[in-house]
Design a protein around this ligand. Structure first.
Ligand SMILES: [Zn+2]
Length: 216
């Protein structure tokens, strides 16, 4: 999809979410004492390996999608792809409930190293990231070595608490996901013709987005 349509695509997706997921809220992490607390915990349990929780990562708890304060610095296409990933987590919270997600994400069968529950949940979301990337940025971007390295690195590194240290198995999964997409490419996204109008700020709690980046 041409990049000049990405902003309209992102806005249209927010409108769609308002219809399909009316309970979803997008919240800046800096406005959340809960996220600031988790940031401190992560810095301790990863021995300083995860220091970018507040300013580089988007995190979903239930219907709340917590975005970095610099969310509006991301390109609209990247914001769209990130929300597609996070919506998978929203659905997972519905499917497994909060206690189920806590068990799966943190404890089963191990909290780190071979945290199969967390790896399963994140792989499902990153598979959606791949599909969204393919649709928005194109096949070459989805197949780019840097993207593969980044995603595999999330599984093997400290950002997600070393959730699956055997990087070769994630790499194989990635390759197989790409093979499936090559065999059966995702449908092109409907091209938004114009920026939708309306007042979209009800998706947000806390301060509205910074000037010039209002989501209307
Ligand atoms: Zn995720």
């Amino acid at each position: 999809m041409p990049s000049d349509l990405h902003d309209a695509l992102y806005q249209a997706y927010l409108d769609e979410l308002r219809e399909t997921h009316p309970k979803v809220r997008i919240i800046k992490k800096g406005d959340s004492p809960f996220c600031r607390f988790i940031d401190k915990v992560l810095k301790v349990v990863t021995f300083g390996g995860q220091r970018r929780f507040l300013d580089s990562f988007t995190t979903t708890f239930g219907n709340r999608i917590y975005v970095p304060d610099c969310w509006w610095m991301f390109t609209p296409g990247d914001r769209y792809c990130t929300l597609r990933h996070e919506l998978v987590h929203v659905e997972q919270f519905k499917r497994y409930t909060w206690p189920g997600m806590i068990l799966l994400y943190i404890f089963l069968p191990l909290p780190a190293g071979f945290a199969g529950g967390r790896a399963y949940l994140e792989w499902e979301a990153y598979r959606e990231s791949l599909v969204a990337t393919w649709q928005v940025h194109g096949e070459l971007e989805a197949k780019s070595p840097w993207l593969k390295k980044r995603i595999v690195g999330h599984f093997t590194g400290p950002e997600y608490g070393w959730m699956w240290v055997k990087g070769s198995s994630i790499s194989t999964r990635y390759d197989k996901a790409i093979e499936r997409l090559e065999a059966s490419p995702p449908p092109p996204l409907p091209e938004p013709l114009a920026l939708p109008t309306g007042e979209p700020a009800d998706l947000f709690l806390g301060d509205p987005p910074v000037d010039g980046e209002a989501i209307a």
